[in-house]
Design a protein around this ligand. Structure first.
Ligand code: NAP
Length: 289
C-alpha cells in the first residue's frame, strides 16, 4: 500500500451530524408550534418487557424529543402483555389526534407476534418505518417513512458525499428493520447490492469484494478488519457493551476511505431520522385536516 497517494480516511461522524440536525429541528418545531396554536408533534414510544438495552434506547429517543421541543409519551407494558393487548394499545394511539408518530421498540417478548403489532400501526404514524405497507412503498421507491436505522445510514453516506451509485455494496445481516430495508435503499440508490446472512457460504469473499461494507449482524467484532478491502467505505451498525461494533476496527482507519465510529456513527442518525419523520408526520396530518 502506498501511504503517500492514499487520501485520508473520513470518519462518518453521526453524532455531530445529528447534533447539527437537532438545531434545525428545534427551529422547525418552534415554527410548527407557531402555526398550530402552540401544539407540538408527539412521539409515542411503547416498551414491552424489561430488556435493559431496549429501555435505554427508548429513553434516549424520549430525551431527544425533549431536546428539540417535541413531546414524547412513554408507554411501558409488562413482559406478560399479549399480542391482542398490545394491538389494543397501538389502536388507541392510532385514534389519538394528539399522537403524531408511534414507535414500538424492537424486539418485543417472543410470545408476541411482532409483525402483527408493527402492522397495526397506521401508515401515517409509522415514523419508525416498520410496517409492511411502508416497507413495500419504500421498496418500490414511493413516498414512505423509511425504516429509521437504514434511513440514517443512507443519510450519513449522502451527507458525507459518498458515492453509492454503481458501487458494489455488501450488507451483512438481513433483519426486517435493518439489513433488508438497507439493501433495498442502496439498490434504489443504484448500488449493486449483495445481502448476506447466516447461511451465506463464503462471507469472507463477499466482504473482500465490497466497496461499501455494512455490518448489521449483531455479533461483536465478527468481521475481521483484514476481510475489508483497502479503500472501502465501512459502516458498522452493530453496537455491543463497551462500545464494540460488529467489525474489528484493526487498521481500518489507515486503509479505508470512510469509517463509522462505534459509538457515534449509526446510532445518533437513527434517532435523528425518527425525530425528523415524526415532525413530517405531524405536518402531513395537519395539512390534511
Ligand atoms: P437481528 O434481527 O438479530 O438480525 C441479525 C442478522 O444477522 C440476521 O439476518 C442473521 O441472519 C445475520 N447473521 C447472524 N449471524 C450471522 C453470520 N454468522 N454471518 C452472516 N450473517 C449473520 O439483528 P438487528 O436487529 O438487525 O441488529 C443488528 C445489529 O445492529 C445489532 O448489533 C444491533 O444492536 C444493531 N442495531 C443498531 C441500531 C442503531 O440504531 N445503531 C438499530 C438497530 C440495530 P439470518 O437472517 O440468516 O438469521
Amino acid at each position: 500500500m502506498n501511504g503517500a497517494t492514499r487520501s485520508e480516511c473520513v470518519v462518518l461522524d453521526g453524532k455531530t451530524l445529528a447534533a447539527r440536525r437537532e438545531v434545525q429541528l428545534t427551529n422547525a418545531i418552534r415554527g410548527f408550534a407557531n402555526r398550530h396554536q402552540g401544539r407540538v408533534p408527539t412521539l409515542a414510544t411503547i416498551l414491552v418487557g424489561d430488556d435493559p438495552s431496549s429501555a435505554v434506547y427508548v429513553r434516549m429517543k424520549g430525551d431527544a424529543c425533549g431536546r428539540v421541543g417535541m413531546h414524547s409519551r412513554a408507554i411501558v407494558l409488562p413482559a406478560s402483555t399479549s399480542t391482542q393487548e398490545l394491538r389494543g394499545v397501538i389502536d388507541a394511539l392510532n385514534q389519538d389526534p394528539d399522537v403524531s408518530g408511534i414507535l414500538l421498540q424492537h424486539p418485543v417478548p417472543q410470545h408476541i407476534d411482532e409483525r402483527a403489532c408493527f402492522d397495526c400501526i397506521r401508515i401515517d404514524k409509522d415514523v419508525d418505518g416498520v410496517t409492511s405497507h411502508g416497507f413495500g412503498r419504500m421498496a418500490l421507491g414511493q413516498e414512505a417513512f423509511g425504516s429509521a436505522t437504514p434511513s440514517g445510514i443512507m443519510r450519513l453516506l449522502s451527507e458525507y458525499g459518498i458515492e453509492v451509485a454503481g458501487r458494489r455494496a455488501v450488507v451483512v445481516g438481513r433483519s426486517d428493520i435493518l439489513g433488508k430495508p438497507l439493501a433495498l435503499m442502496l439498490s434504489n440508490a443504484d448500488a449493486t447490492v449483495t445481502l448476506c446472512h447466516s447461511r451465506t457460504q463464503d462471507l469472507e469473499q463477499e466482504v473482500r469484494r465490497a466497496q461499501i461494507v455494512v455490518a448489521a449482524l449483531g455479533k461483536p467484532q465478527f468481521i475481521p478488519a483484514d476481510w475489508v478491502a483497502d479503500g472501502a467505505v465501512v459502516v458498522d451498525a452493530g453496537y455491543h457493551p463497551g462500545g464494540i461494533g460488529d467489525i474489528e476496527p484493526g487498521n481500518l482507519v489507515e486503509r479505508c476511505s470512510a469509517v463509522t465510529p462505534v459509538p457515534g456513527g449509526v446510532g445518533p442518525m437513527t434517532i435523528s431520522v425518527l425525530l425528523e419523520q415524526t415532525l413530517r408526520a405531524a405536518e402531513l396530518t395537519s395539512a390534511s385536516r
